[in-house]
Design a protein around this ligand. Sequence first.
Ligand code: PEP
Length: 263
Amino acid sequence: LVSRENHPERSVVRVGGVPIGPGTMTLIAGPCAVETPEQTLQAAQMAKAAGATLLRGGAFKPRTSPYAFQGLGEKGLRILADVREETGLPIVTEVVDAHDVELVASYADMLQIGTRNAQNFALLQAAGDVGKPVMLKRGMSGTIEEWLMAAEYVAQRGNLDIVLCERGIRTFEKATRNTLDISAVPVAQRLSHLPVIVDPSHSGGRRDLVLPLTKAAIAIGADGVIIDVHPHPETALCDGPQALVDGDLRELARLVRDLPPIF
Ligand code: PEP
């Protein structure tokens, strides 16, 4: 269903009216985690000023350590809905458990399935059932074929509004948190008609790499990028070291606005 063999035209997925697909460089930005109403609103305003047309923000956070901040749950979803009301930005937010799919879908404009759940087939099927677009991150140790098969689980439920997200894979290299597999973008775009975006924040795990990796994503023809921003990264409850701040955002705005025609 997601293969280009039977569907040669590349697809455009609309999220709350915002297109992601061929010819777009959709900027999705916002806080890694929803912490407070003020922090989320400020991050959304920063994102919007940089050209973002969709707001990201995690209310259910899949953390490596059970002692780390796990997200605000439904309270976080309510904050996101208020910020959408205030800024007009549709919401992309993660769902980590099949039992929460309906709840998250009742607030979200696009459901995010994270790298740790890339082969959680019950979750993929449940996400496919609720009729909202799904952003499917590549498993950190997943092959491109496994990623596309995960998308097939969603598609089989009758939902073809799927966006693939390359977010870096696990390699021997320790300088970065994950290794952005930039070649996965054209490979996935040739094998599948689905849009492919890049997460330069979670791949590098470092603020100083977000803009260079964004340039790489634009140059290689990604259909969008998803980027963490935070008004006060030094106090962030999740992934502060990779969040962009105001100065970087002006450069990000320039990249997203000016670069696509150059390439
Ligand atoms: C995220 O985007 O908030 C996230 C946890 O990403 P990943 O699943 O790629 O680690």
